[in-house]
Design a protein around this ligand. Sequence first.
Ligand SMILES: [Fe+2]
Ligand SMILES: [Fe+2]
Length: 328
Amino acid sequence: MYGNDFTAPDEGSREPAEDRLAEFERLLETEGRVEPRDVMPDGYRKTLIRQIAQHAHSEIIGMQPEGNWISRAPSLRRKAILMAKVQDEAGHGLYLYAAAETLGADRGELLDMLHSGRQKYSSIFNYPTLTWADMGAIGWLVDGAAIVNQVPLCRCSYGPYARAMVRVCKEESFHQRQGFEILHTLSHGTEAQKAMAQDAVDRWWWPSLMMFGPTDDASPNSAQSMAWGIKRFSNDELRQRFVDMTVPQAEVLGLTLPDPDLRWNEERGSYDFGEIDFTELFEVIKGNGPCNKQRLAHRVRAHEDGAWVREAADAYAAKQARRTSEVA
Ligand SMILES: [Fe+2]
Ligand SMILES: [Fe+2]
C-alpha cells in the first residue's frame, strides 16, 4: 500500500522490508506512537516534515500582525500580555522546528524554503491588523480555530509532534481567552469601541473559517493523512466544531457574526452556516493577499539581521566543545 520506499536512521539493518512495514502498521493499529528511530514509510516522513514545517512557519510569521501592536497597546497590562503571547508563538515555532529535525529535516533548509516561497505558512497571517480590536479578534477567532485544529494533533501518530502539541494547545487556550477578554471589554465600552470590535469580527470571521482548509470533497490528501493517524478529523468536521463552539461565545460578547445564513439546526444539533468564498483564499495562497510580500520581506530581513546571533552561538558552542575536550 505504501510501496517499498522505507527509510530509517538505521539503514544498515537487514530486516526484510515486509517486516518493517508490519511493525509500522502494528504501531498505527494499536494507537502506539511512531518515534524518530522507528522505521517509517518515506511518504509518511515527507508528509510530516511538510506539515510540521508549514505549522512552524505559521507560528513565527504569525508573530508579525500582533507584534505590530505591542508598541500601541492601550495599557501596560495589555502590552505585557501581548508581548507574552507573541513570545509564546516564537516558542511554538521552536518546538515545531525541533520536531521536524527529529525526522531528519535541517532547520536552515526549512527556513530557506520559507524565505524563497517554496514552503507556505497559514494564509490567515496575510491579512492586515487595522485596529486594536484586531488583537481581540485574532486571539478569539484565529487562536480559537488553531486550537480546534491542533487538539486532535495531540493524538497524532508521530510522538514528537503529538507531545509538542500538548504544550502548544495549553498556551493557545490562554491566547484564545485573552482575545475574548479584549473583545468583551471593547463590546461593553463606548459605542465607538463596540463598533471597532464588531468591525474586527466582521473582517476576521470568514478568513478564520478558511483556516480549516478546502471542503472535504476538494481535499485529496486528507484520506492518506487519516490512514497514517496524522489527521483525525476532516476539514469540514473541524470547521463545524469551531462554528458550534464560537456562536454561543459571540452571543456572550454581544457581537454578531457576519453570516446571514447562520442558524441553529435542531435536527443536526449543529449550526448551519453560509457558503465560504474560497476564491479569495486561493488568491491569498497564490501570494496575492494584502500582506504576503510585506510578511515575507520582514521575515527575511529579521533572519538576516539575526545572522550575528547565530554566528555568536556557533562560536560559543565551538569554544565549549574545545574546553570539554581539553579537560577530557
Ligand atoms: Fe501558536
Ligand atoms: Fe496562539
